[in-house]
Design a protein around this ligand. Sequence first.
Ligand SMILES: Cc1ncc(C[n+]2csc(CCOP(=O)(O)OP(=O)(O)O)c2C)c(N)n1
Ligand SMILES: [Mg+2]
Length: 902
Amino acid sequence: MTDLSDLSLSGHWAVLPPDQDPTETREWMQALDAVIESEGRERATFILRKLLDHARTQRVTLPPVLSTPYCNTISLAAQPQFPGNLETEQRLIGLVRWNALATVAGANKFSSELGGHIASYASAADLFEVGFNHFFRAGQSGDLIYFQPHSAPGIYARAYLEGRLSEDQLGNYRREVGGKGLCSYCHPYLMPEFWQFPTGSMGLGPLMSIYQARFLRYLENRSVLATSGRKVWAFVGDGEMDEPEALAGLSMAAREVLDNLIFVVNCNLQRLDGPVRGNGSVIQELEGLFAGAGWNVIKLLWGSDWDPLFARDHESVILKRLHETVDGEFQKYAATDGRFNREHFFNKYPELQAIVAHMSDEDIDRLKRGGHDPVKIYAAYHAAVNHKGQPTVILAQTKKGYGMGSGQGKMGAHQQKKLEDEALLAFRDRFALPLSDEDVVGLRFHKPAADSPEMKYLHARRQTLGGYLPARAIKGPALAAPELKALSKYLEGTHGREQSTTMVFVQLLSQLLRDGQLGKHIVPIVADEARTFGMQALFRQVAIYSSVGQLYEPEDKDELLYYKEARDGQILEEGISEAGAVASWIAAATSYSSHGVAMLPFYIFYSCFGFQRVGDLIWAAGDSRCRGFLLGATAGRTTLSGEGLQHEDGSSHLLFSTVPNCVAYDPCFGYELTVILQDGMRRMLQDQQDVFYYVTVMNENYAHPAMPEGAQEGILRGMYRLSQSRITKHEPRVQLLGSGTILREVVAAGVLLEQDWGVAADVWSVTSFTELRRDGLDVERHNRLRLEAEPKQAWVEKCLAPSAGPIVAASDYMRAVPDLIRPFIPVSSRSAVRRFVCLGTDGFGRSDTRAALRSFFEVDRHSIVIAALKSLADESSVKLDTVKQAMAQYGIDPARPNPWDA
Ligand SMILES: Cc1ncc(C[n+]2csc(CCOP(=O)(O)OP(=O)(O)O)c2C)c(N)n1
Ligand SMILES: [Mg+2]
């Protein structure tokens, strides 16, 4: 008998030596068979485990156990009856295939600029259709499906047959401007009632789906929502599995026993440029990875027409041949015809040649890979949804560009966007489509009559499964936000007590968690930094979520605030995985839509390990219409003093400002933070606006004043006047703007300007340069286009126009941050030019004390004074000598290096 050796993870075939004693081998096999027959499989597993343990003690080298032969995991004998009408389904699949093809090719006929993909869906069509007809349950208590992004045209084509998308919409694929077209990929932001989960950026879909499946469990275990029975399906490309994010959550999924999760990896063996593992086997490699991570692996490699061949193959010669074949060759076999396959694959061994001797070349050509056979797909899905105790991955072997004639299995298949007329006609024939030649070359969409058996079948199947999908709820039930007066203690200041805004946040969060209405909906998320932010009290208050509770007595059990894990724990402690934490946050922040229950996640992290670490996930969050809070803690390049270059964040506000539905603030005082968080809750929970918040909180302790009268509107709009100089005469006068902790340097600079240099300084707290810019741009555009309307005034202009003197703005971020408002700085009464100087922390962060860093980056009080005096000197309001004097007095060396060069 031929050995069934596997492809090792290193990518080459490990061939066993010839069998020296086949009789003895057979006796061992027969012994095992007898055990299985008389005592069952469990007993056989037990004996094998014992044998392996024994072999280990005898130092027998163990075989690789993480891969199985290159054939279907589910044997013919174990295959369930296919419950559908195969013939009708085949006709339907053909029509969906056609409409998908016509969608992409039609778009490219309109303009070659539009692009699109045919080959990905062509490989995945059967995998989806079996799901649609038999497994995917719709509705908010149904399943959650993450579609492979480049298959979007096929999902549209099905929705067209279902009557959910119009011919006009299909005809406007990739033409979204104007609102009637369809997105390239799965974008909830642009098709908010259709797509649920954005997957266009490879790797994020698999990661988000894992955390979604875990979030379902979290909701259930916390008694927020019953979710058992719901499944999460993620359709993933085999090339996509190379993304670090695609692999990042695998062990968590197994550890959390997510048997509500099913991955279907579309193993067409190709990615964009060429084969995924041309010299090896991506399926065997993925099997090892998933099995090693603890998943249930189902290989779905061969269609039903292979069954009789395998049955006849007593010497396992087919497997031997399959195991010799690398993916590059499998691709070639996909791209060639039956005759080539016979000559190059089957004719290699006489025994193998004999197995297919009765078949014509056409028969060989029609031999299907598993992912194209609904019967085998059904069997795999059936096993997956019924598997208990592990997440399941189905490794489905398919052909890229299946049925696309000369495009099938071709190196460049991924980017093929159209077919020549001849190929279109062949496609029609291949899938027996009821289309005339004119229909075909005219790329006409086709939908059978409503009373046709196909359409009746399609609707009946979906009715049985609860309706149509994908479908997304744009709203969930609203939740009342706490009134600001319920948070009044945070508005009153600290009466001299020194606190960081992080501490204020944690106290506020703790209060929200105790709120009778809202408390249950809060989801605190950390990535192993809770202690850093002083949140350990919450461990005890609401406990850390653990699906198994706490199986050990924690080391600190005797302490009041011990490390408590519980099944109904509320904190999601994600360990050191920022990507995982954001994926969790996304699941919670979209719960209003996916689960019909609004949750309010607060993910708090080192601000430096936010956007710059997981920026693409933040974009996916925006696309997903997330509602929740991201808190960039230990924020600011000089405020997190000792941590050095990779920890000190000077850019996150700039980065977050790039996401259109992210509202970002950099508050300094507790009352500002409170007003911002309260308004955020009002907007997201009560008014159901699709925005999310990025708020920076700091670790510097200082006393917080009470909220000045009337500051609320300015706090939310981005700036308000914190103090007006006591010097009433107008000249010389400056306006000082500051945000975050640097506002305190600005306040101090104002005092120095008055005391040391007789300059009046008005101080403005800027809570958000980015919101001020958005307002300014919006006003500017309004005034440009709405010629008949009353011109508007930007908030920056409204604040500063009545004021006098140059403006100096400083923050703990790059100068580009305050510079965002430059276009909206109003002219001064003195001259057409109003001086506006930005100070910031451009350059690499480094370790030192806050004072040293602020002096180094020139955002300290002295640098602010110098900037103010020089601006006044430029407009001849003070003498240049005063500036020199000030530099000397403050010990500022004019020849010091520029911080961004240093
Ligand atoms: C993060 C990211 N990188 C690159 C791409 C571009 N891209 C789109 S599809 C694709 C190949 C996909 O191959 P595979 O995952 O095997 O899917 P298939 O189309 O073969 O089913 C690439 C590289 C992307 N969409 N996202
Ligand atoms: Mg692929």
